[in-house]
Design a protein around this ligand. Structure first.
Ligand SMILES: Cc1ncc(COP(=O)(O)O)c(C=O)c1O
Length: 351
């Protein structure tokens, strides 16, 4: 309330000192040279693509099994998403065989750190180096995870983040951020988020209104120091589930791989793969008042809006879309409710 009132009193509602302070603190947290607040995780992707010089007709490699915004942002600027399949265990993009997808129009690769799990960035970076591609890490679901002390989102040319309320650092409405190391790229992002304007009322590039509100920044500044403890809460819940579910029949359900924030998993989702009876489990959980959701039922290469793209066979993405079911793992869940979730899952598989 104090932060809220301070913004109301200041009368400074868009960008300004609160945003600058948040950007400085977020960059420090990430160990990045620059963090730039924007209006959403989707806009973060759009601005990063624009700052990377991706334009209409260019191609961008990205996974098909992800939230729509990953490929939506590519299409939104007139570029073409080129979908790759996913790894069954990690849910993240699989680059085997991807060399043949690269054409002279391919400009960038967009790995997604899905469900809180870092994508295999060593492989992504080697692939990008080989084909001279810009790397934009869609870190909407994985802020706070790191690999060998390097934070997710800081390993490529740009990292993009979302503060959608259910994300690891949830805001109080829409918000997002772009991180990068390079001063010039950061300056491009800063200008593009404000209509490509510099100096005032002079526009050398067409950007957009991708600005973040001061109120979001002020409130996120209060939550940022607790981000790691939210992550620990998620990890504890995930560890509990992994233990409780350890003896479930692997022919009926596959558990997610273990891992912790420092070795690349921040548990934005705890996602089961249910073999053949997902709808029945979902119904059973809802009957026992356990929230659950299918992230995501249709892989992007099968979406109607991408019917115009060259058809692709992506069997793992399609299989995952038919099997995944995520159960509550958020840090405020509490022991009682997490026991209720675990009981509901185990009774289903033990019946
Ligand atoms: C993987 C991924 N990318 C991008 C986004 C877009 O973020 P936002 O909802 O803040 O626009 C989301 C979140 O919804 C996401 O999960």
């Amino acid at each position: 309330m104090e932060a809220f009132e301070a913004v109301l009193d200041s009368g400074y509602f868009i960008l300004g000192p609160e945003v600058e302070a948040f950007e400085k603190e977020a960059a420090e947290y990430l160990g990045a040279a620059h963090a730039i607040g924007v209006s959403s995780g989707t806009d973060a992707l759009i601005v990063a693509l624009m700052a990377a010089g991706v334009s209409a007709g260019d191609e961008v490699i990205c996974p098909s099994f992800t939230f729509f915004a990953t490929a939506g942002s590519i299409a939104r600027i007139g570029a073409i998403p080129v979908f790759v399949d996913s790894e069954e265990d990690s849910f993240n993009l699989d680059l085997s065989g991807a060399d043949e997808l690269v054409s002279e129009r391919t400009k960038a690769i967009m790995p997604v750190h899905l469900f809180g799990r870092c994508a295999a960035m060593g492989k992504v970076k080697a692939f990008a180096r080989k084909h001279s591609l810009v790397v934009i890490e869609d870190t909407a679901q994985s802020l706070g995870a790191s690999v060998c002390t390097k934070k997710c989102g800081t390993m490529g040319d740009f990292g993009t983040y979302s503060f959608f309320p259910s994300k690891n650092l949830g805001g109080f409405g829409d918000g997002g951020m772009v991180s990068c190391e390079d001063d010039e790229k950061a300056e491009r992002v800063r200008r593009l988020r404000n209509h490509g304007m510099f100096p005032k009322y002079y526009h050398s590039k067409v950007g957009g209104n991708f600005r973040i509100d001061a109120l979001q920044a002020a409130l996120l500044r209060k939550k940022l120091p607790h981000l790691d403890s939210y992550g620990e809460g998620r990890s504890e819940n995930a560890a509990y589930y992994l233990e409780e579910f350890a003896d479930l029949d692997p022919l009926r359900v596959t558990l997610p791989l273990a891992g912790s924030a420092v070795d690349g998993v921040i548990w934005n989702q705890f996602t089961l793969k249910v073999h053949g009876e997902r709808e029945a489990l979902k119904e059973h959980l809802l009957k026992h008042e356990v929230g659950c959701e299918v992230y995501y039922p249709v892989p992007l290469h099968k979406q109607e809006c991408f019917e115009n793209l060259a058809p692709r066979e992506l069997p793992v993405a399609e299989k995952l879309a038919g099997e995944v079911l995520s159960i509550p793992v958020y840090s405020e869940l509490g022991e009682e409710r997490r026991e209720q979730v675990a009981r509901a899952v185990t009774t289903f598989f033990k019946s």
